[in-house]
Design a protein around this ligand. Structure first.
Ligand SMILES: [Zn+2]
Length: 399
């Protein structure tokens, strides 16, 4: 009988464990605890590693479990000084690499270590890594998944059996998932439920198995009790829309004194104008009718809440078709839109024209990241670059 290691034992090393399947294939990287108050992911990854080894399961490729913010996990806090799931933008990484490691704060050291880990994993494989980031939330929530909105990612996350949130990754600034997506890897994340709920770890474990199947790492029939386990996860999603998208993010700045009103859970219905939270400026009301996502009930974190709305199936199908047919070549002919001079993943839109209808059109092509500029709104999307190659992937499959 294998003894279950304690959390302290688990986080004493960066690598939870590695399992090499009998057949060649990509490297599947699962990370738990990039937020230190979310240990359930590391525990779930470890349970999967144990089962892979115990039953010698026929994995095609290598499975590796990583621990995220070890310093914060040992203190049971989201982070020690800065959020480890931020600060992964190219300019952040450049700054970190130019700095003296002796001056690193706790999260700088963690990030530096993870970067060398990713570099090593990249150098060992000719194929993109498959990356799965495991999270949990402060409020009660049914599990859900997110990834940057590329067709390659959609194929994986739409098969997990939980609601998919499009546009969440794009609305976070400098997440590790965005960093890996930009390097051409297939990166997804799952939120397994409330941090300390006993079921959360179990559901994350099921999510990892389903992710492995969805990614082509193993056949469902080779995983013991796959169907019975899957039902546990799928049951949490019965009453929920399969695909939703982020319409609004309420970001918090230091000193805002943000307090979420009591009683909100992810996927609760929200009416336009409804009171949701307050800060030093007063009441915060919902700008849209939609569904609540990730209301913040902990002191650390810079996302107050998100408002999401259901994406009907016809829009998913249409957007896939339009991407495959490269309809987006015509976007820059619309009035008030032009493509960025140097970057083919960026569209610059006249602010007067950037209404909700145009937004939905751009979402269809994966342009989900919005940044207001001088009289314009800049829309960008994740580019399916592959391992630093100078050209985007030749096939439009990845878009
Ligand atoms: Zn998290």
């Amino acid at each position: 009988m294998m003894r279950t290691p304690s959390l302290e034992q688990l986080i004493s090393q960066r690598v939870l464990g590695t399992y090499d399947g009998p057949n060649a294939g990509p490297t599947y990287v699962v990370m738990g605890g990039i937020h230190g108050n979310e240990p359930a992911g590391a525990l779930a990854a470890r349970a999967v590693l144990d089962e892979l080894a115990r039953s010698s399961l026929p994995l095609r490729g290598r499975f590796i479990g990583l621990v995220g913010n070890r310093a914060a996990l040992s203190q049971g806090r989201r982070y020690v000084e800065t959020d480890l799931n931020r600060g992964w933008r190219p300019e952040d990484i450049e700054r970190l690499m130019a700095a003296d490691p002796a001056t690193d704060g706790p999260e700088d050291a963690e990030r530096r270590d993870l970067i060398s880990m990713f570099n090593e994993l990249e150098s060992q494989s000719d194929e993109p890594l498959a990356f799965f980031d495991l999270h949990t939330t402060s409020a009660p929530s049914a599990p859900f998944a997110c990834a940057s909105d590329t067709l390659r990612n959609r194929r994986v996350i739409f098969s997990l059996g939980v609601p998919v949130i499009l546009g969440l990754e794009e609305s976070l600034d400098g997440s590790v998932m965005g960093f890996l997506s930009d390097r051409g890897h297939v990166a997804c994340a799952v939120e397994g439920g409330q941090h300390d709920a006993p079921l959360t770890r179990v559901l994350l474990e099921v999510a990892i198995w389903r992710w492995l199947v969805a990614s082509g790492a193993i056949d469902a029939k080779d995983i013991p009790d796959f169907e019975a386990r899957s039902i546990k996860l799928q049951a949490t999603a019965i009453a929920l829309p399969p695909v939703v998208e982020v319409r609004y993010r309420h970001g918090i700045k230091p000193g805002d004194e943000f307090v979420m009103n009591e009683g909100w859970e992810s996927f609760d219905r929200v009416e336009e104008g409804e009171r949701l939270a307050r800060d030093k400026r007063g009441e915060i009301r919902s700008p849209f009718t939609g569904l609540m996502l990730m209301p913040l009930y902990q002191s650390q974190g810079d996302d107050g809440f998100f408002i999401i709305s259901h994406v009907p199936r016809w829009r998913i199908v249409l957007s896939r078709w339009m991407r495959k047919m490269r309809v987006e070549r015509w976007l820059a002919f619309l009035p008030g839109i032009h493509r960025h001079d140097e970057r083919d993943d960026v569209l610059v839109v006249d602010a007067k024209r950037a209404g909700p209808r145009l937004e939905l059109l751009l979402f269809a092509f994966g342009y989900r990241r919005r940044e207001p500029g001088d009289g314009v709104v800049v829309f960008s999307r994740r580019r399916p670059w592959f391992l630093g190659r100078a050209e985007p992937m030749s096939s439009n499959e990845g878009l």
